[in-house]
Design a protein around this ligand. Sequence first.
Ligand code: HEC
Length: 131
Amino acid sequence: MKYILFILIAITAISCGQSNNTDTADMYEASELSAMMREMVTWSKEAKATLAAGDTITHIPQSFYDLATQTATRGEHDETAFLGMVPAYTNALKGVERRDSQQYFYDASIQACRTCHAVYCGGPLDVINQL
Ligand code: HEC
């Protein structure tokens, strides 16, 4: 059972575009998409805290709207499936920016993370589920 779990984790890590070669692990450089994903995690955490405090989210990084054109480790950005799931996220961001119901659109943005990651890589789902 433990063995199976290990394999699953290994596969997940690889399919997230992380280097699977320990020799080059030190040289692993985040792709544009990975780097943006990390910024998205940081921003989402801040946004969640802002809403929890009853405040308004005023800062929406405009770079996130360029999600579709970021270079990915495995060229995901060229895939129809990937491109098809980007609008769910960017439309949610627009909702937050419009300040309609920021809680509603924030939740929609996190749902968009989950939907795409259910397809591309489950690794970050632990992080996403805390957002
Ligand atoms: C449209 C698809 C899509 C959406 C939406 C999406 N992701 Fe990702 N995410 C990816 C792909 C593909 C990768 C792998 C990137 C690479 O390796 O180049 C990734 C990688 C990541 C990583 C790993 C980054 C690293 O350190 O290498 C994290 C963490 C992450 N995403 C979190 C999130 C969060 C949080 C959200 C929502 C705010 C989100 N993702 C929305 C497709 C998506």
